[in-house]
Unconditional design. Structure first.
Lengths: 649, 148
């Protein structure tokens, strides 16, 4: 009977995962839910919401992975989301994932959760690392002291995962509030405040002791809910009491001492963040990533190209109707194919970024490069977002949500589109390959440097314009180095790279058909709709010397930058990556116009998905409009300079 | 001696006394273990001199000068360049083999007792077991001493 009741109860309930950043929360989430995951956004904000289903024996439970936080205050968007979920959604079980190597700080979060609610489970992750470091955690003692179930786990070795699942599906009854008291003075205030809160019927759904504690900590959100503002502040004392209580718990439940002397992480860090070597290593890592993306993917791209060529010929062979054959072969296979060729590049780039993220190097990179970023009134943290921008501006802008400073976040979002994303690479490869042959690499390198220069200058300008040049703050943890695990890197690469494939299947497919239509009707070539659009804009581009085909492709490219490649292919015929057949474009424009065109492609209007994300993340069309007009102006001016200077050389 | 965290030298340890920061920043730092009485060590300085990595509760946290200068720490060790006349023990020397070797020649070694006999202007005069020497302020910044 007992079991039966539990089952019904747990089926209804949701498990919320909480934990400090870098404790392996995502690995535990993956271990619990396997591939049964959905990635979406939290309502109203674009912070990623990962939810999944855990199946264990006959139980089926929803698992929600909350953003990683250090406290349950509301000092950042991530913290607010985690807290609101606990307060409003009231999940059946709150599971706090702690770090065995750094239990003290994990317990600080746990205590805050216990102040808020009961039914909490503590999973102490990375026990294998703790043992290696020389200390043993007594989970029974810990469980007794805290009054909640405690499970020791290791997402790496799989230890404790089964036990954790068993614990989670049992109805876990634990009382709210840990048995620790603040000082007499604080307790007296808490009693008074609880009394006041109880008198307010609109606060009936909340835990009054929790609200009272938050009021003494001068929590802005809670002040708003309760309408109570105190003129005294006990936040320091409350934090100290929590840490004292944690010290007492740990003194009986953790045995052994951390080994003195250099550990693995420190030894690596000595080199990675070294005064001189650090910078060299940083540059080397960046260089290797780009080398990998270009060299390894080369042969793979050619294979895909040949495959698609064959496909086109096969379809061309048996479709009798002229316009239909043109639509399928040139429009769809040609258009989408021109983009698919770059799938290897993009996956390898995300693979490299995944390794950097998984090992823990990214925060070090941020640390090493922080000072120069500070000169731009940004931080090393926004540098990471910008770095992601080399993959895709959309993911780069989305990643800015972990920047806690709102103004730094806005600046990073607005300058990110100038980072040369991987979608622009196909255009560079195509044009540079066609016009500059063996020196194409130098041209592409120049574009990347230009991209960085414009980003830096824009950051300074935008900061001055919107925020009067105030700098931002930086509080960042350098996590332990971890051995990258293949499964999580593959999952990372797939989750990010999938976005590109989806784009190819949707936006780019649609755009390819539209472009084909516009360039095939009413009559193919110079009489088409596309030509009319391009030609009507031509006067504006006379100083730059672009042909109507190029202008039209720029217009289409706003849908997605890769579309420039497919539309140029449609207009000029067989342009190819390997540069074997060069098409008509070489007879139409000079190399400096080609270079200026590449610069224009680099800098002009962000693609549709990027603009949509800018709107979402900033919550304002003001920034979208700014982004569009600012980038157009910058693109036009710089492209003109390049053309003029190029013409003189 | 109470100094801002930003004034500590590589390797130096101290105990947090006070956070003179706005509430939101303070709360975030509290969550990371920045409470009074906590031991903190400056582990590393970034290539361009700022930010710095501090070890607190076993984790490395990066802070910039704009925050670390508002965190006050109690430390019994000081960089030699701030030392007033008196006797000290050398606790840390930040520098390469060459620097250490040159200091050893004038009797300055980790664990040894030294006496500051003059600290005015650009020079710090040292008496190390009878050997008299003078260090520049920059050199003295890299030597951490503990009061007796």
């Amino acid at each position: 009977m007992e079991n039966h009741r539990d089952e019904i109860e747990s089926r209804k309930s949701t498990i919320a995962l909480l934990g400090n950043p870098n404790v392996g929360k995502t690995s535990i989430f993956n271990a619990l839910t396997g591939s049964r995951q959905v990635v979406a956004n939290w309502p109203g904000v674009t912070v990623e919401k990962r939810a999944g289903v855990m199946k264990h024996h006959s139980h089926t439970v929803d698992v929600v992975d909350l953003p990683g936080t250090y406290t349950l205050g509301a000092t950042s968007l991530d913290e607010k989301i985690a807290r609101d979920f606990l307060v409003n959604e009231k999940p059946g079980v709150a599971m706090v994932i702690g770090d065995a190597v750094n239990l003290e700080r994990s317990l600080y979060l746990l205590l805050q959760v216990l102040e808020l609610r009961g039914d909490v489970v503590l999973a102490v992750n990375s026990v294998d690392e703790a043992r290696k470091a020389g200390f043993e955690i007594d989970k029974n003692e810990l469980s007794k002291q805290l009054g909640i179930p405690v499970v020791l786990t290791s997402a790496v070795t799989g230890e404790g995962i089964e036990e954790l699942k068993n614990t989670l599906v049992k109805s876990t009854k634990s009382s709210s509030h840990v048995h620790y008291l603040f000082s007499d003075e604080v307790e007296a205030h808490l009693r008074d405040l609880s009394e006041r809160i109880r008198g307010n019927p609109s606060l009936a759904g909340f835990d009054e002791r929790w609200l009272s504690i938050k009021l003494l900590e001068r929590d802005y959100e809670v002040q708003k809910i309760t309408g109570i503002t105190l003129d005294y502040d006990f936040s320091v004392e409350i934090a100290e009491t929590r840490y004292k209580y944690i010290k007492r718990i740990l003194s009986t439940s953790v045995k052994g001492k951390e080994k003195i002397g250099w550990n693995f992480s420190e030894a690596i860090d000595h080199v990675m963040t070294h005064r001189f070597l650090g910078i060299l290593i940083f540059l080397a890592v960046m260089y290797i990533i780009f080398q990998l993306t270009f060299t390894i993917s080369g042969p793979l791209s050619i294979m895909i190209e040949e495959l698609l060529g064959g496909l086109g010929r096969a379809f061309g062979g048996f479709i009798g109707v002229d316009w239909l054959r043109s639509l399928v072969v040139e429009g769809i296979i040609g258009g989408v194919g021109a983009v698919l060729v770059f799938v290897p590049n993009i996956f390898i780039l995300f693979l490299a970024l995944g390794i950097l993220e998984e090992t823990g190097y990214l925060p070090r990179a941020a640390f090493v490069i922080d000072r120069p970023m500070y000169a731009m009134k940004l931080s090393g943290r926004s540098f990471i977002s910008m770095l992601l921008g080399f993959g895709c501006n959309v993911s780069s802008i989305m990643s800015t949500r972990s920047i806690s400073e709102p103004k730094e976040r806005i600046v990073t979002i607005l300058v990110s589109p100038f980072i040369s994303c991987s979608a622009r690479l196909p255009v560079y490869v195509l044009i540079a390959g066609t016009f500059f042959g063996s020196r194409a690499g130098v041209v592409i390198f120049f574009l990347y440097v230009l991209s960085i220069v414009i980003t830096v200058l824009s950051a300074l300008l935008i900061n001055k314009l919107f925020f009067k040049g105030e700098p931002s703050t930086l509080i960042m943890e350098l996590p332990r180095y971890r051995k990258p695990r293949l499964s999580s890197i593959i999952l990372y690469t797939w989750n990010k790279g999938r976005h590109f494939l989806e784009k190819a299947g949707t936006i780019i497919l649609g755009a390819s058909v539209v472009i084909w239509f516009l360039s095939y009707f009413p009559s193919e070539g110079a009489g088409s709709f596309a030509a009319i659009i391009g030609k009507s804009l031509e006067p504006l581009f006379i100083p730059l010397g672009y042909t109507w085909e190029m202008i039209t492709s720029l217009v289409f490219g706003i849908a997605a930058k890769e579309v420039i490649v497919s539309s140029l292919t449609t207009f000029f015929g067989n342009l190819s990556v390997s540069g074997s057949s060069l098409g008509a474009i070489r007879t139409l424009i000079t190399p400096e116009v080609a270079l200026s065109f590449l610069v224009f492609v680099l800098l002009y209007v962000p693609c549709m998905p990027t603009l949509a994300v800018i709107k979402n993340e900033t919550g304002s069309y003001k920034y979208v409009l700014f982004s569009v007009f600012y980038s157009l102006a910058v693109a036009y001016i710089v492209a003109l300079i390049v053309r003029i200077v190029g013409g003189l050389l | 001696m109470v100094v801002p965290l930003s004034r500590m030298c590589e390797g130096e340890m101290g105990k947090i006394r006070k956070l003179e920061l706005p509430p939101l920043t303070r709360e975030r730092l509290c969550g990371l273990g920045f409470v009074s009485g906590e031991e903190i060590q400056l582990v590393k300085v970034a290539p361009f001199g700022d930010p710095k990595v501090f070890r607190i509760k076993g984790t490395d946290i990066t802070l910039r000068e704009d925050i670390s200068m508002w965190i006050l720490v109690e430390t019994s060790s000081v960089p030699l360049s701030y030392a007033t006349n008196g006797e000290y023990f050398v606790s840390i020397i930040n520098g390469g083999m060459g620097f250490r070797e040159r200091l050893r020649m004038v009797g300055i070694e980790v664990g040894k007792k030294i006496t500051v006999t003059g600290n005015i202007g650009k020079r710090i005069e040292i008496n190390a077991n009878g050997i008299l020497s003078a260090l520049s302020r920059g050199q003295a910044m890299r030597i951490i001493v503990r009061e007796r």
